[in-house]
Design a binder for this molecule. Structure first.
Ligand SMILES: *Cc1c(COP(=O)(O)O)cnc(C)c1O
Length: 427
């Protein structure tokens, strides 16, 4: 169910009109629905519960990079979420949001020594290691701080996620993970290192997957490796299948999370029963987009309408620095008028004020608008604000969280002075 819908001719987030939010907080403005966040997280949590799993046998680690606002992290943490981070900064965010570092897993191909040290000091659950050199560095750093690092190797199962090349990560030519053929050797190395404790295996094959077949194919390959490792007396305690389930931006029909998890758990259970006398293995997930993507919109105000010979442009006050996905991946976002449309529509490209031809948010949309009209860019909760920049010395948008009829400002708008406060003139 969408928590963004028209009531009395005006688009609402839950019970609050976006019109009133724009008036109070200005534009561009990110608006999130708490009910949507809870509902999306619960789809994972409930499927785990329904399969008979508890905290010790299933863990959902929300992918912090998809939306890292403290209020979002705090809410998900309270719902029982763990966290998948990709930097030391994200770990500090999780802690600042009240999240439990012992439910944190650390992904990413370029972990620095300081980041490793920080994560070890906070006793995180697991490092998802992506290469042999990283393994050696982690062993060294763990030795320095007198700890053993819990490690999972990110294997690249070489399955085609059939998604956009920029968000496909499980093929041989990607920079992520260790090649499937090299995985056994990597595990042998890992098992031989004194400050490394091998605990799991992970993969993440891509993002915005609509079908779960590639994920189940990856699962089969992960299972095969776990069996081969067991034969060498390397026993893993968890498998982590990554994130990647897609959302509806336009007319996509992604597999429902509950269906996917049901099929995945059925396979895992059948395999454990057959080969391990039913002994459970902990199953982990790293969803981002499927939890926050459709829980947020970006509101923007039309500044000017330009009617050209071949194209009409609606110049709005949001830009590629606020929502980078169209410029980066040619991503499609729905555009809705905040006041329900009436009058004659024209076809517009919705563009921002940034000095780049790539600064567009939506193309060829039929809109009945005047300057001053408010537009909502839909499905902007994931990889929206987290990718925002200050290009053109534009302060980043404010963010609000709506909960029923209540509104919480969860990040205020940046001021121009803040944008250059860290800089100094050389005399
Ligand atoms: C980005 C990322 C995720 C989240 O992907 P979604 O498509 O947003 O679910 C999970 N795991 C890793 C390692 C990632 O890099």
């Amino acid at each position: 169910m969408s928590h963004f819908s028209y009531r009395n001719g005006s688009l609402h987030a839950e019970s609050v009109s976006l019109d009133s939010l724009a008036r109070q907080y200005g534009t561009p403005l990110y608006v999130y629905s708490k009910a949507a966040l809870v509902e999306n997280f619960s789809a994972y949590a409930n499927a785990c519960k329904q399969s008979g799993r508890d905290d010790s046998t299933a863990l959902v680690c929300y992918s912090v990079k998809s939306n890292s606002n403290l209020a979002v992290l705090n809410l998900l943490g309270k719902l029982g979420s763990g966290f998948d981070i990709v930097s030391g900064g994200e770990l500090l965010r999780v802690i600042a949001a009240g999240g439990d570092p012992r439910r944190v897993i650390f992904s990413g191909v370029g972990k620095g020594r300081d980041e490793m040290r920080l994560a070890l000091e906070h006793d995180i659950l697991c490092f998802n290691v992506e290469s042999i050199p990283e393994l050696h560095r982690l062993n060294e750093v763990a030795g320095e701080v007198g700890k053993r690092a819990r490690v999972s190797l990110r294997v690249n199962p070489n399955v085609d996620a059939k998604t956009h090349p920029y968000i496909s990560t499980g093929l041989k030519e990607n920079k992520f993970g260790v090649a499937y053929e090299d995985a056994l050797d990597c595990y042998r190395t890992a098992a031989s290192l004194p400050h490394i404790e091998v605990v799991g295996i992970d993969c993440h094959i891509g993002s915005q997957l609509l079908d779960d077949a590639p994920l189940l194919e990856a699962l089969d390959k992960v299972i095969e490796l776990i069996d081969q490792l067991a034969a060498e007396n390397i026993h893993l305690h968890h498998l982590d299948i990554g994130g990647g389930i897609g959302i509806t931006y336009d007319d996509e029909k992604p597999v429902p999370v509950g269906d996917y998890l049901g099929r995945l758990f059925a396979r895992v259970d059948a395999w454990r029963k057959e080969k391990y006398a039913g002994k459970a293995i902990k199953v982990m997930f790293e969803p981002g987009r499927s939890i926050v993507g459709n829980a947020g919109v970006l509101i923007t105000e039309v500044q000017y309408l330009k009617h050209g010979e071949t194209k009409n442009f609606a110049v709005v006050d949001a830009a590629m620095n606020d929502l980078m996905r169209p410029a980066l991946y040619e991503a499609w976002h729905g555009v809705k008028t905040v006041r329900e449309q009436s009058g004659t529509a024209q076809v517009y490209d919705v563009v921002g004020p940034v000095c780049e031809s790539g600064d567009w948010l939506a193309r060829s949309r039929s809109l009945a608008i005047e300057p001053g009209a408010l537009l909502a860019l839909m499905s902007a909760g994931a990889y929206g604000m987290t990718m925002a920049s200050n290009y053109n010395t534009r302060g980043r948008a404010a963010e609000v969280l709506v909960d029923g009829d209540r509104v919480h400002l969860i990040r205020r708008r940046e001021t121009p002075a803040e944008l250059f406060a860290l800089e100094s003139i050389v005399s």
